[in-house]
Design a protein around this ligand. Structure first.
Ligand SMILES: Nc1ncnc2c1ncn2[C@@H]1O[C@H](COP(=O)(O)OP(=O)(O)OP(=O)(O)O)[C@@H](O)[C@H]1O
Length: 244
């Protein structure tokens, strides 16, 4: 029997007259990598925002995390419960060292302090294979791929059970995307459930065990990634018919 760690029931988000997320339901199984795809503006980031409450929760529906209803809870309470995320934008504190950036998530999301926080940050940096000799560098001086590693390390330093990644491959070269692919599977093998939004289809198909496609805020289809991506409705909506 699948063991859902995250379940959405009829989740909806409206902005005035616009329904950005429309009656979305799905369940993520503990331990899997669950991919979310869809054309620009289909509601992917809004869906992540609804789940984490940053900066807003849903206007309708229910979200259950590890057996507890979390919609309507404050963002830091959701973070502390074990649901951690990354954002599309870059590191917010360029003057912090790489170590300090990695520690941010452990502090805010994990409630860790002192030696425990330092250890959690170090462990997360090890897990994302961030070079030991670069850990005292300013975050601003770290490479694009290094900043991605730091963003993921920071999210992992809170020791989450679910890691949500919003387009982690944007701005990366092909070899870096291959490295990210390996890294995500490595993180997943430690027992962390992953939800990933990604426009780089090769990465999404490689890491995801299941794939959900959104179109105009609604679930178009969900299932085995290779089958989903061949669905003519997905080809039409996601690739604009170009691959048909
Ligand atoms: N804060 C907001 N206020 C008003 N409208 C919003 C807000 N956030 C998102 N939207 C609208 O909701 C819809 C879904 O946007 P969203 O960013 O979730 O799509 P997306 O699938 O993540 O797109 P992309 O792939 O380009 O990142 C869009 O029409 C967008 O303009």
């Amino acid at each position: 029997m699948p063991d859902p760690i995250l379940e959405l029931r009829g989740v909806t988000k409206t902005f005035g007259g616009l329904t950005a997320v429309d009656d979305v339901s799905f369940a993520v199984t503990r331990g899997e990598v669950f991919g979310v795809a869809g054309p620009n503006g289909s509601g992917k980031s809004t869906l992540f925002n609804c789940i984490t409450g940053i900066p807003f929760g849903p206007t309708g529906g229910e979200i259950h995390f590890d057996g507890t209803r979390i919609d309507g809870r404050r963002p830091h309470a959701i973070f502390r419960a074990g649901l951690s995320r990354t954002f599309q934008k870059d590191a917010e504190f360029p003057d912090l060292t790489a170590r300090e950036t990695a520690a941010l998530g452990g502090h805010y999301g994990g409630g860790l302090r002192g030696a425990e926080l330092r250890d959690a940050a170090e462990e997360a940096l090890d897990l994302v294979e961030f070079d030991v000799v670069r850990r005292d560098m300013r975050t601003a001086d770290v490479s694009v791929y290094g900043k991605k590693q730091l963003m993921i390390a920071s999210a992992l330093a809170s020791k989450p059970s679910v890691l949500m990644l919003d387009e982690p491959a944007s701005g990366l070269t092909r070899p870096e995307i291959a490295a990210l692919d390996r890294l995500l599977l490595q993180v997943n093998r430690t027992g962390v459930t992953i939800l990933i939004i990604e426009h780089v289809l090769g990465l999404l198909l490689s890491v995801s065990q299941r794939l959900l496609v959104l179109n105009q805020g609604s679930v178009l289809t969900e299932g085995d990634p290779q089958e989903v991506i061949r669905d003519p409705r997905v080809v039409e909506a996601y690739l604009g018919g170009a691959a048909a």
